[in-house]
Write a protein that binds this ligand. Structure first.
Ligand code: HDE
Length: 723
C-alpha cells in the first residue's frame, strides 16, 4: 500500500522559510467575500461556526438568491424585484476603464527601510533616520497590452512605488529600463497609438512586431537608445523579482535651505538580474499567461520576500554642465562608472493584496505627488507626465476623490478645505470650509506651515517662450552604441535576433530599411547582421543630427548576464518523475535544492502523482502536458526504466526535454532517462549543461551548476542563424 504523500509542489505556502533574516509569513486564510466585508467597508464579525446572512447592498436580508421574482411559475420577471435589479445593476457597472497604458499590472505591499541617511542633501522626511521603515505599495506592469494580455509580452515593465511618508505620499513612477523612447511628452500619444493595436483591425495585441510601431520608430531617431534596450532581454524578465527599476528622469533633492542636488533613482534586485529567451517567452504565454503575477504571489506567500536596494546618483549643476549629454534628456543615462550609485535603503514586499480591484486596480500613481525635500526637474517628459497622471485618474476612477480610496490615502494627517464631489468618503465636521476664517478652537485652522510645507526649487526661467528641441538633446546614437557594446556576446546576439524577428513581421520593406539605416549609425556589424537576417542589402546610414561618438566606454552595469546572482536561490527546478522513480535520488535532489533555498515542482504523467521505488506516493504539482519546461529554470528527468519507455513516445515529454535544451537550461539526467533523450533526438548533442544524476555527488554538482542559470555556449549549436 502507498505511504502518505510528501508534497510534490514547491515549498509549501505558509512554511517557515529557512533564513533567519526572513519573518515567517502569515498564512493567507481563504475566506468567502460576504463574511469579511461590510457595505461601509467595516468588517462584520460573524460568530465562529455561523454563516453570515446574505443581504442586499442596503443590508436587507435575502430569502432566495436562486430565482428572480415572477408572475406565476413560468411568467415574466417583475420590475419590483429590487434584489434582482440591484444585483444585475451592480454587475453591469463592475468595470472601470483600464489604464490607457500599463493596463496589465500586479502589486504588493511592503516597506522601505533607510540604510544610509540623505540628511546632508534633502529634508525629505523619508531620508532622515537610518533604520526607519516607511510603508510602500508597488505595482509592476507591462505597457502596451490590455488588462488581460499575457505577462511575457516583449515590453517595458512599469515599476511604480507609492511611499506613504510621514509628510505625505511620494510616488516614484518608474520603469525597468532607465531611458525612454521620446524626449518630449507631446509625442507620447503618437508613440502609444503606434504601439497599440491598429485602430482599423484592433490587432496585434501586446506586441511591437508590426508596421505601425516600426514606422513611427523609424521616423523618430531619438528612440534608438531605447530600441537597443527593448530589443535586449530586459523586456523578457524572468520575474518582477529579477529586474531593476529606474526613476528615469533627473529629479531634485532639496535641503532645508532650498539648495538643490540633482538625483537619479535606481532599484537593484537582491535576487540578481535574470531574463528568459524569446522562444521561451512565447511558450510561457501559452502555458501560463500569469507567469509573473503567479511568481510574485507565490514568492510572498512562501515568505521569500522580494527585495530591492534603492540607489541614488547625486550630482550638481557643475557635473550636469560637464556631462556629454543633457541630464534633462530622458533618452540618456549617466553610466554608473562615471557617477557611482550610492545605496541608501531597501524595499521589501511582504504582503499580497486582499482584493485585486480595491488595491491593484484602484491605486493611482501621480508623478507630481512628491513630499517636501523632493522636486521635479525641467525634463520635458516629466513636465508632461505631471499633467497626465492626475488627469488620467479622473477618467479612470471617476472623480476628484480618488485620494479617499484607502490604497491612495496618505497615512499622515490630511486637512484642507477641499470638499464634496463624487464618492466623498472623508468629510470634515464643522462650519468653516474656507480660509481665512475665525471659527474653531484655534482660529482659522488648518493653516499653512512655511517651515514644514512643500517648496518648489526656485529655478530661474531659461529664456524666451519657444516650441523648440534644445541642441543638447541632438545626439541619438552614441549611447545606443554604448549600450550595445556593454553587452556580453550572447546578449548582443539576442538584440540582433530580436530586431530580425520584429522587422520580419513588418510588411513594408521601406520601413524595415529605414530602421536598419539607423542601426548603421549605431554599429556597422549589427546593421549588417540584421540586414542579412532580413535578406536585404545594408542601406545608407540615416542622416544624423550629430555624428555618433564611438569613444564612450562600455558599462558593465548594463549587462544582465554580468549582473546575475550566481546562485540558484529562489529559482525553480521541474522534476519529471514516473512510477518507480528512485526515491533516494529524488530525496537527495530535493534536499540539495532546499539547502540552496531553491524551489522545485514535481511533474508526472498523472496529476495524482507517482509511486516511487520505495512505495511512497508522491503527489504531482503538474501533469506533464500542463507543466512544460518553460515554467522552470532547470529540469531534472528521473523516470524509472519503464517510465522512460512510456515517456519516450509522449510528445509533451519530448517537448519537455527539447525545449529545456533549446533554451540553454541545465538538465539533470537520471540513470534510466536515456530512452527519452534518444527518442527526443538529443542523445548525440548532450553537452556539459546536461549532467548525469546518479547519486549525492552528482546532485551537488548539478545544483551548483544551476547557479549560472543558463548554459549559454549551447545556443550557438541550436540556432540556425548562429551557424
Ligand atoms: Fe506613464 N502613464 N507616461 N510613463 N506610466 C501612465 O497613468 C505618461 C512614462 C509609467 O502602475 C498613465 O495612472 C505620459 C515614463 C508607469 O498605475 C498615464 C508619458 C515612465 C505607469 C501615463 C509617460 C512611465 C504609467 C496611465 C510621457 C517611466 C503605471 C495610467 C511623458 C519613468 C502606473 C495612469 C501604475 C502610467 C502618462 C511616460 C511609467 C496616461 C504622458 C517615461 C509605471 O497618465
Amino acid at each position: 500500500m502507498a505511504k502518505p504523500a510528501p508534497s510534490g509542489s514547491t515549498k509549501k505556502a505558509g512554511e517557515t522559510p529557512k533564513k533567519a533574516t526572513k519573518t515567517p509569513p502569515e498564512a493567507k486564510v481563504e475566506t468567502s467575500f460576504a463574511e469579511t466585508q461590510g457595505s461601509g467597508g467595516e468588517t462584520h464579525q460573524v460568530a465562529e461556526g455561523d454563516v453570515a446572512v446574505l443581504t442586499t447592498q442596503q443590508g436587507v436580508p435575502v430569502a432566495d438568491d436562486q430565482n428572480s421574482l415572477k408572475q406565476g411559475a413560468r411568467g415574466p420577471t417583475l420590475l419590483e424585484d429590487f434584489h434582482f435589479r440591484e444585483k444585475i445593476f451592480h454587475f453591469d457597472h463592475e468595470r472601470i476603464p483600464e489604464r490607457v497604458v500599463h493596463a496589465r499590472g500586479y502589486a504588493a505591499h511592503g516597506f522601505f527601510e533607510l540604510t544610509d541617511s540623505l540628511a546632508d542633501v534633502t529634508r525629505a522626511d523619508i531620508f532622515q533616520r537610518v533604520g526607519e521603515r516607511t510603508p510602500a505599495f508597488v505595482r509592476f506592469s507591462t505597457v502596451a497590452g490590455s488588462k488581460g494580455s499575457p505577462d511575457l509580452a516583449r515590453d517595458v515593465r512599469g515599476f511604480a512605488v507609492k511611499f506613504y511618508t510621514k509628510e505625505g505620499n511620494w510616488d516614484l513612477v518608474g520603469n525597468n529600463i532607465p531611458v525612454f523612447f521620446i524626449q518630449d511628452a507631446i509625442k507620447f500619444p503618437d508613440l502609444i497609438h503606434a504601439a497599440k493595436p491598429a485602430p482599423d483591425r484592433a490587432f496585434p495585441q501586446a506586441q511591437t512586431a508590426h508596421d505601425n510601431f516600426w514606422d513611427f520608430i523609424s521616423l523618430t531617431p531619438e528612440s534608438m537608445h531605447m530600441i537597443m534596450w527593448i530589443m535586449s532581454d530586459r523586456t523578457l524578465p524572468r520575474s518582477f523579482r529579477t529586474m531593476e527599476g529606474f526613476g528615469v528622469h533627473t529629479f531634485r533633492l532639496l535641503d532645508a535651505d532650498g539648495r538643490s542636488t540633482f538625483v537619479k533613482f535606481h532599484w537593484k534586485p537582491k535576487a540578481g538580474l535574470q531574463s528568459v529567451v524569446w522562444n521561451e517567452a512565447v511558450k510561457i504565454n501559452g502555458a501560463d499567461p500569469d507567469f509573473h503575477r503567479r511568481d510574485l504571489w507565490d514568492a510572498i506567500n512562501a515568505g521569500d520576500f522580494p527585495e530591492w536596494e534603492l540607489g541614488v546618483q547625486l550630482f550638481d549643476e557643475e557635473f550636469a554642465n560637464s556631462f556629454d549629454f543633457d541630464v534633462l534628456d530622458s533618452t540618456k543615462i549617466i553610466p554608473e562608472e562615471i557617477l557611482p550609485v550610492r545605496i541608501v535603503g531597501r524595499l521589501v514586499l511582504d504582503r499580497v493584496v486582499d482584493n485585486f480591484f480595491a488595491e491593484t486596480e484602484q491605486v493611482a500613481f501621480c508623478t507630481q505627488t512628491v513630499p517636501p525635500g523632493i522636486d521635479v526637474s525641467n525634463d520635458p517628459l516629466l513636465q508632461g507626465r505631471n499633467f497626465s497622471y492626475l488627469d488620467t485618474q479622473l477618467k479612470r476612477l471617476g472623480g476628484p476623490n480618488f485620494t479617499h480610496i484607502p490604497i491612495n490615502a496618505a497615512k499622515c494627517p490630511v486637512s484642507n478645505f477641499q470638499q464634496d464631489g463624487h464618492m466623498a468618503m472623508t468629510n470634515p465636521k464643522g462650519r468653516a470650509n474656507y480660509e481665512p476664517n475665525t471659527w474653531g478652537p484655534v482660529a482659522g485652522g488648518p493653516r499653512e506651515d512655511p517651515v514644514k510645507g512643500f517648496r518648489s526649487y526656485a529655478a530661474e526661467p531659461d529664456g524666451p517662450k519657444l516650441r523648440i528641441r534644445p541642441e543638447s538633446f541632438a545626439d541619438h546614437y552614441s549611447q545606443a552604441r554604448q549600450f550595445l557594446l556593454s553587452q556580453e556576446p550572447i546578449e548582443q546576439k539576442h538584440i540582433g535576433d530580436a530586431l530580425v524577428f520584429e522587422l520580419s513581421k513588418v510588411e513594408r520593406p521601406d520601413i524595415r530599411s529605414r530602421v536598419v539605416s539607423h542601426l548603421v549609425n549605431i554599429d556597422a556589424d549589427l546593421a549588417a547582421t540584421v540586414a542579412d537576417g532580413l535578406g536585404m542589402p545594408v542601406p545608407e546610414a540615416a542622416q544624423a543630427a550629430r555624428p555618433t561618438n564611438t569613444d564612450l566606454a562600455p558599462s558593465a552595469a548594463l549587462s544582465i548576464v554580468r549582473n546575475g546572482p550566481n546562485a540558484f536561490a529562489g529559482r525553480k527546478v521541474g522534476i519529471l518523475v514516473t512510477d518507480g522513480t528512485d526515491a533516494k535520488l529524488f530525496a537527495a535532489l530535493t534536499a540539495a535544492l532546499d539547502a540552496e533555498d531553491a524551489l522545485f515542482e514535481v511533474v508526472a504523467p498523472k496529476i495524482g502523482g507517482a509511486t516511487l521505488s520505495d512505495g511512497t506516493l508522491l503527489a504531482a504539482k503538474q501533469k506533464i502536458d500542463g507543466g512544460p519546461s518553460v515554467l522552470f529554470d532547470a529540469i531534472a528527468v528521473l523516470p524509472s526504466a519503464e517510465g522512460a519507455a512510456l515517456l519516450a513516445v509522449d510528445a509533451p515529454a519530448k517537448d519537455f526535454v527539447t525545449d529545456a535544451f533549446a533554451h540553454c537550461k541545465f538538465i539533470g539526467i537520471g540513470p534510466k532517462a536515456e530512452p527519452l533523450f534518444q527518442k527526443a533526438g538529443l542523445i548525440d548533442d548532450l553537452d556539459e549543461g546536461c549532467m548525469p544524476l546518479t547519486g549525492a555527488k552528482d546532485v551537488a554538482s548539478f545544483v551548483e551548476a544551476c547557479g549560472a542559470l543558463r548554459f549559454w555556449p549551447r545556443e550557438l549549436n541550436v540556432d540556425l542563424d548562429a551557424q
